[in-house]
Ligand binder design. Sequence first.
Ligand code: SF4
Length: 266
Amino acid sequence: MSENSRVPTATRHPRPDAVCVDAVESAHMALIEAVDPRDVGAHLGHVVEGDRLVSHLFGCERAGYGGWRWCVVVTRASRQRSVTVNEVVLLPTDDAVVAPAWIPYRERLLPGDVGRGDLLRTEDDDPRLVPGWFAGDERTSPLRDDTSVRPVADEIGLGRVRVLSLEGRDLASQRWYDGEHGPEAEVAQGAPASCHSCGFLVRLAGPLSSVFGVCANEVSIDDGKVVSFDHGCGAHSQVMTGNAPSVEVLSAPALDTLSFDDVERL
Ligand code: SF4
């Protein structure tokens, strides 16, 4: 038969082994030996797992384990008339209360979870970072005098082992834009003008400078925060120009020198 003319073999279902299927009593004995007999309910049936391999299922009466069931796996060696208990386990059904799926701690972290004194390792393959090199790095240019080059490189923003990748930059800018300092923020909705025209906006350098700046208005809710150009707040530098509320001017006090007041008459 050629390679192409082979037909796929049908999935083979194991035949129930009568000795294993009938070994309910042996399974029950093994179960009440392993756990408190008061936790064991009625026999619920069996599942044929393989050749001479059967799981017997029993109800679980243990408090707090509604929807769980005991599973006792029995097997039989070829040409043997008695079974061997392989394992006793507690299994959940679809109705069981189970713990939520485990999530690696790195994916569980939320903004603000890293507090004072905490250390958070950034993985070597973090997609938000890429290696950063510059001409004075000893790994790439051993003939250079690093002691003189490195301070200059640091000053102009080079010299870091890793820098933001394009993906990291996109993630950050999208997060900032969608957050409390972007155009959809509640404070921006009622702002008289946007940050773009505000004198308190400090411009950034680099690729993010076309969209973001830093607010430097101490009375603004966004002071010290990265804000998008189309963000805004009521403390915009031009908001008071020509519209300052006038202070109420009071007339000079009038002194009555012709009559006595009640206190003096007494
Ligand atoms: S004061 Fe308001 S409008 Fe001006 S930069 Fe800050 S957040 Fe933007």
